[in-house]
Design a binder for this molecule. Sequence first.
Ligand SMILES: [Zn+2]
Length: 297
Amino acid sequence: MAKKETTTKAESLKDTGVKQRPTAKPAAKTPAKSNAKKSTAKQAVDTPDLSIDQRMKNLYHLQLILSEVDKIKTLRGELPFEVQDLEDEVAMLHTRIENFQTNVKELETAIGQQKMKITDSNKMVERFQAQIDEVRNNREFDNLTKEIEFQGLEVELAEKKIREYSEKLHNLTEEIARCKDGYDERQIDLKAKKAELNEIVSETKIQEEQLRKQAKDLETTIEPRLLAAFKRIRKSARNGLGVVYIQRDACGGCFNKIPPQRQLDIKLRKKTIVCEHCGRIIIDPALAEDITGKTAE
Ligand SMILES: [Zn+2]
């Protein structure tokens, strides 16, 4: 008899030890309590048995964490593209400046060549002038005069080309100056954006890891089917919200009105209720308040 008694005591002690788990959680409320106690022993290993209240709270908590992760991603999502755009622009300007500088060199060479032509022609003219003084007949005189005239035209042509090239050179120099200004500006922008991106990445890296760990832990407390549904809704929802609460008699996700009876059902917290319009899971604002500590309005 005595032996039997001790075993029962031990068993009941063990029992209370297990039972303490759900009651230890702050959210387990009276209506779901007895239900939770009954199945604890069976389900404690894989899916902790939680009241619908706690499950919804966990789901909403998960939503808040994932929304934070979304925010980090958005924050980072813009910057890499901006940095890439600036890098492309800087590279483009660099190439353009290099090409222009090649053109400048070509023009300078061409101008030099024309100047040499002028010098040569002038030398020839000088020589012909000297020969004119010693001509013996009209034919020689005419030939020399024609040569001098021809060289004069050559000089004029070269001068015209020099003027053209110089104008091009002038425009090109202005263009290069503009490109260099743009290049310097973009370089400054790029440096700033890069620094910003690096800062965000290093700043949010730890935060993101922590959030992902929290999310993973919370996910184990949510019924797989509900979790899958939640993830599916979240994916198709533009704002990434899979769980929302009643806001001014409407769905907090799509803002369509919720009929009073449905609102009552949601507040009763007996089952999972989704929005008729957008399919988001709707919870009692009081549950959201418990998680955020803020008044859900
Ligand atoms: Zn909705």
